[in-house]
Write a protein that binds this ligand. Sequence first.
Ligand SMILES: Nc1ncnc2c1ncn2[C@@H]1O[C@H](COP(=O)(O)OP(=O)(O)OP(=O)(O)O)[C@@H](O)[C@H]1O
Ligand SMILES: [Mg+2]
Length: 310
Amino acid sequence: MPEIVTITLNPAVDVATSIERVVDTRKLRCSAARRDPGGGGINVARVIQRLGGDCSAFYLAGGATGQMLRRLLDAEAFTGVCIEIAGETRENFSVHEQSTGLEYRFVLPGPTLAAFEWQRCINEVTALKAPPRYLVMSGSLPPGAPADIYAQLARLACAQETRVVLDTSGPALDAALAAGVWLVKPSLNELRDLTGRPLVEEAEWIAAAQDIVRSGHARIVALTLGEQGALLVTADRCLRAAGLPVKVSSSIGAGDSFVGALIWALNRGAGIDEAFRYGMAAASATLLGAGTALCERGEIERLYREISIR
Ligand SMILES: Nc1ncnc2c1ncn2[C@@H]1O[C@H](COP(=O)(O)OP(=O)(O)OP(=O)(O)O)[C@@H](O)[C@H]1O
Ligand SMILES: [Mg+2]
């Protein structure tokens, strides 16, 4: 049985291209597209597997794009369990604007799930012969999935003494935190939405993260701050890592790589400082590649040495 399981209810095929400048109305003749598997839990599992970790990804996929997703994953020798759905898996589209270095990310809602489809996902994950040590619930919910689906999974997994890791946004984040998780990884914008406050200064970010821990909604809050790096807050520690000044090709999958390497390290018995450094190193490594290329182990190990934490 895998030690780490991830769940992706709304995966995607990520289509990435580039162009000199993005303008309206005119045809934009882009460079050849690259296609990568996408979706939070799938990316987290890809990173953990590249690091040699024991991880399996449960994901829902359907239609021609769902088949393409499976082909792309097979080509990476990926370990996962695909739950077939009737709807068509989505494609997400990103454009790198060469003249500015800006990235435009177009994200589609995904297929509408039937109740028996999302229910099957819950059943398969909770019926594993041995419960995993970590369950990573990552990514947005597709239409048709109830806002409390991660909350339901969190309650079931907690009862099996699985450590639940959560990376999502909006109502799904609110509901799952109310149920209680082991670790939550909001971005700064997600934390602002969650608290309904502007959270301008670092002291406010820390206080908001400490509130989540104090109220028992999560034991650990890993708050990622884009180019400003990340914070990791527990009941008795507050760690800060600055962002590495790397040349950013694409930020797609940076947050997922952070979660993947962090959980991989914790599962190997690393302390919180070391795991945090691995998360930072993997996120930074992912920025170097185009599209959802994600990070490679050698690059993670190289950047690990450059991360400092206070
Ligand atoms: N421009 C950047 N420069 C340096 N590091 C970055 C940059 N963007 C992201 N990172 C690294 O990637 C990590 C995760 O990025 P980020 O905070 O954007 O999370 P995210 O989950 O990808 O965001 P979102 O969910 O809003 O897309 C950061 O903690 C940081 O280490
Ligand atoms: Mg994110």
